[in-house]
Design a protein around this ligand. Structure first.
Ligand code: NI
Length: 185
């Protein structure tokens, strides 16, 4: 089932989300609906507050690079180096992430912040512990788009949006657009 995606200005996006204590049918159904909603919107990640639920649940699906001859994006998954396509889609609750390495700028967007993309500086690598719905735990060490996406989505769980993390110069540039979004949500 497709869910409405909450938009910038909605206070639900600004709450520190509660841990998922128990994975029951409502959580698995919500995760499935979030995936469906994300695919429909052509997104690569979606956090529960983006569909109005203040719980620590995230879905991610990073598509493969379609360019012929490109090396697949790799990550260390439970101690083993694997293409990230093997673990997509990712569905997890109560994540802990530890970003590390050099900061770099990358243009981000968000399904909850319509028509705005902006450079955000974040560390290149992430170590993550991602509890799965079935009770198992995925230990990840990754870089690239997946590391970027994990940081962006985990921010959502604490009520942060990528536009909070842009430089003060771009904040100034974006302020009018954001004000308009907040009024119209
Ligand atoms: Ni987002």
């Amino acid at each position: 089932m497709l869910l409405p995606i909450t938009q910038y200005g909605n206070p639900v996006l600004r709450v520190k989300c509660a841990p998922v204590e128990q994975v029951d049918d409502s959580v698995t159904t919500l995760a499935q609906n979030m995936l469906e909603t994300m695919y429909e919107a052509n997104g690569i990640g979606l956090a529960a507050p983006q569909v109005g639920e203040n719980i620590r649940l995230v879905v991610i699906d990073i598509p493969e690079d379609e360019e012929e001859g490109e090396e697949p994006e790799m990550a260390t998954v439970n101690g083993e180096l694997r293409p990230i396509r093997d673990i997509m889609p990712l569905i997890f609750i109560n994540p802990t992430i530890e970003p590390y390495g050099k900061q770099y700028l990358f243009k981000e967007g968000c399904l909850s912040v319509h028509n705005i993309r902006a450079n955000v500086s974040r560390p290149e690598f992430v170590r993550a512990t991602l509890p799965q719905l079935d009770g198992s735990v995925l230990e990840l060490d990754c870089s690239g788009l997946l590391a970027r996406c994990l940081q962006h989505e985990c921010d959502h769980l604490d009520g942060f949006l990528f536009v909070d993390r842009v430089s003060s110069a771009s904040k100034l540039t974006l302020s009018k657009k954001l004000k308009r979004l907040a009024e119209g949500y």
